[in-house]
Design a binder for this molecule. Structure first.
Ligand code: CTP
Length: 395
């Protein structure tokens, strides 16, 4: 693999010398990019010797034009270790003012970030928020270890040992399969809860955050699928995904139908409102009476409609239930003509709306598999595995 190793100025930089050596030893090619401050800790000459490649330090001193684009085109993936609070903040905000941040922003391949810093810096809300932003864009964060820190204190913030970084990186990168079954396949993913307007300032909605659907979109895009994400959520996703923002069930339906014909699969993780207000009020409803009655009418069942229209597409639905969830989910699988349904009991702790984990059962016509509590990103990989396998055999 061709790897860019980005190095910023943390004391843990000494471990990265060994990290680069290990990558080289097992046959990877490495090009190192350093921040100016990092060169104060370790000379670029050392990384040049170990990697057998020129080290990029100051982008403006580099004689080659567009060196940041050339290196990005060359690589299969990039890993930044140690990543300081500064470089993490820059990447989260899109700042490109030195070689490392410029390369990171030009990158269109997988990025892995291994933060290392003092505990208070690591736990700073701005820092944690930046990590969340990066994760939502599909970037892998390797969580730091706890223990003694260079500043003399003890806590979370240590850069993991090189072997552990390599293990984490390999695990993550195995999902970025070139020439996978999903390469170039168009897959529609829906996410978030729809909002059905009552008047110009109010709507009927639900607690769906969009996290599950966005994680699925990232997982499929990482495997080379051409993902169209139809969502009500503002969460960020990988820049390779085409995002279509919608609010209502009817808008979601229109967008899906216009994308459906040449698609290979639809994954409906959105919480579509079953009803909308019959008479939308053009003016804000004033509180004249003690009681207010809103008449609701049924929304179209989008997935049911797709089940009738489908030709070669595979359809995956979700069933968020509060009781008897496996039986209810199986009934939906059959009624809506789906290939798979992801069932979950939204009342279980660690499952359902808003949280970062889920507890799912995957049900097909002739199979049922229960899974333990998992990160939503892991559930997304399971769904991507199913899509790969099924679309692979359809070829
Ligand atoms: N769904 C849909 N259109 C709707 C309602 C739901 O496409 N109007 C999709 C959801 O995105 C989900 C699946 O159908 O993938 C099941 O949704 P769910 O709300 O669990 O089921 P419903 O069919 O609405 O049944 P009920 O609410 O009665 O349980």
């Amino acid at each position: 693999m061709n790897l860019i190793v980005g190095v910023s100025a943390g004391i843990a930089i000494y471990k990265v010398v060994d990290l680069v050596r290990k990558f080289i030893k097992r046959g990877d090619s490495v090009k190192v990019v350093m921040t100016n401050h990092a060169t104060k800790f370790i000379s670029p000459e050392l990384f040049k010797e170990i990697s057998q490649n020129e080290v990029m330090t100051d982008i403006f001193e580099n004689e080659e034009t567009a060196a940041h684009i050339k290196i990005v085109d060359w690589c299969d993936a990039m890993i930044i270790a140690p990543a300081t609070a500064n470089i993490i903040g820059k990447i989260a905000c899109g700042i490109a003012d030195d070689s490392l941040s410029t390369v990171a922003i030009a990158l269109n391949r997988p990025l892995i970030i291994a933060p290392a810093m003092n505990t208070h810096m690591y736990l700073n809300p701005a820092m944690q928020n930046n990590l969340k932003i990066l994760e939502s864009r599909g970037i892998k964060i390797i969580e730091p270890d706890s223990g003694e820190l260079a500043c003399g204190t003890s806590g979370i913030g240590r850069l993991p040992e090189p072997d552990e970084i390599i293990l984490n990186a390999d695990e993550f990168l195995k999902n970025f399969r070139k020439n996978s079954e999903l390469d170039g396949k168009k897959i529609i993913v829906t996410a978030g809860g729809t909002r059905e307007p009552i008047d110009p300032v109010r709507f009927i909605g639900n607690h769906s955050s969009g996290k599950m659907g966005h994680a699925i979109a990232n997982a499929l895009s990482n495997r080379g699928a051409e993902v169209v994400l139809i969502t009500s959520s503002d969460l960020e996703v990988s820049k390779n995904i085409r995002v279509i923002k919608i609010e209502t069930a009817e808008q979601m339906r229109q967008k899906i139908l216009s994308e459906f014909e040449n698609s290979s699969a639809v994954i409906m993780s959105a919480a579509v409102a079953d009803y909308r207000v019959k008479n939308f009020s053009e003016q804000k409803i004033k509180k004249f009476d003690d009681n207010l009655t809103l008449e609701l009418v049924k929304n179209p069942d989008i997935l049911f409609e797709l089940g009738q229209l489908k030709k070669n597409q595979i359809l995956i639905g979700f069933a968020a239930e509060t009781q008897d969830f496996e039986r209810n989910a199986r009934e939906k699988l059959i009624r809506k003509n789906l290939d798979m349904i992801v069932a979950n009991d939204v009342t279980a702790e660690g499952a359902g709306f808003g949280v970062d984990t889920n507890i799912v059962t995957l049900i097909t016509k002739d199979n049922l598999k229960r899974y333990p509590i998992m990160k939503k990103s892991e559930v997304a990989e399971l769904i991507a595995d199913y899509a790969s396998k099924t679309l692979g055999t359809l070829k």
